[in-house]
Write a protein that binds this ligand. Sequence first.
Ligand code: NAD
Length: 419
Amino acid sequence: MATIEWRSPASEMAVKQFEVAAEKLNLDSNVAARLKRPDRALILSVPTRMDDGRVHVFTGYRVQHNDVLGPFKGGIRYHPDVNLGEVSALAMWMTWKCSLVGLPFGGAKGGVACDPMELSRNELQGMTRRYTAEIFNFIGPEVDVPAPDMGTNEQVMAWVMDTYSQHKGYAVAEIVTGKPVEIGGTLGRREATGRGLVYTIIEAAKHLKIDLARCTAAVQGFGNVGSVAAKQLASVGIKVIALSDRTGGFYDPNGLPVECFLEYAAKNPELRGCPYGEPIGNADLLELKCDILVPAALGMQITKENAGRLKCRILAEGANGPTTLEADEIIKEKEIFVVPDVLANAGGVIVSYFEWVQDLQNFFWTEDEVNKKLRDILTKAFHEVLGVSQREKVGMRLAALMLGVNRVARAMLWRGLYA
Ligand code: NAD
């Protein structure tokens, strides 16, 4: 990703993080050179018939970073800022994440530069189906299995599944994860990322000997990850004092009624107008005094400008890449305990793995089974990361990356170079 095509602030951040981990691991230099770049990166034109009859050509991407451990796996993002560099960074983080939690998957990511809030259902469906057709030859249940990410949801996954299946001539449930249960989705997938995030927060609190019942939390973003995280935090007795979405935030030092926000979000496309708490900006929310801060929206929210003003004790990264490299250094000095993105939000891909396994076997599990297996995997991964962090005297992020990178590198050395 060092070459110009992939360059963006996000990809430079991902590559730099990798270089630090590679150096600490004393990684084979040939392997390191290979892992800095994705295996394959597609840039696609996605012509879409708009409701007014015009054809708008969106730009789409699918980046496959590494598949040494198994099929590529990674979400599809719909957001105006989607670009090749960002998708490449997200694909690389997926490789480390799958490896860290021991899944037989590699890392990928996809996206379309668009604002899904501005598109009608018809336009969204047309764009999704054409995007799927454009990547058809590069995905498959044993090749590359997409999933939801920011701006996409189970409806979008259902259209991806249907388009792929129409081309094949039969239902291929295992082509995507995060689908509705009615067409082969798994129980517990929709909640998996937020639920998993809270499992890791519980482990962090135990380690730090913090009583969660006395804790406060602030959550940025109220989509799939943020809303479920807020609900789960409240369910373990944590007072959620601030919530936000892209239209702004809400603050009440005595705690917000999370259930009411969930009801409001079920009926409205955005939180604007929700009648609870005082208004607060997204930037101010991050600087609130609270025990647990959960960024669960965009990347690069915590930077060298605001990191010094953070007042949380635990930073649990629901979003991918919410903290820049410079901010990381400042946070280290402030002794904030970081549960890094590749660990904190891995619940989504773990339950996506369960969904894929169930689809391949046509044998479905109960929600309790899903949640228990999710908790077991995340708890084990949390303690492995903590162990490396303590042994090597490095932060939790570097420890997580060292574990993730090392497994991939070992697999590459076993498999050797085909040339
Ligand atoms: P989503 O589209 O369901 O929700 C995104 C939320 O963020 C919305 O509430 C939106 O209003 C809000 N938002 C957008 N721009 C914002 C801004 N500038 N300030 C504050 N809030 C803003 O997306 P999601 O699936 O919840 O994903 C959120 C983050 O979590 C992303 O970084 C994604 O990569 C990461 N993630 C998601 C999953 C998953 O399973 N969905 C898994 C792992 C990581």
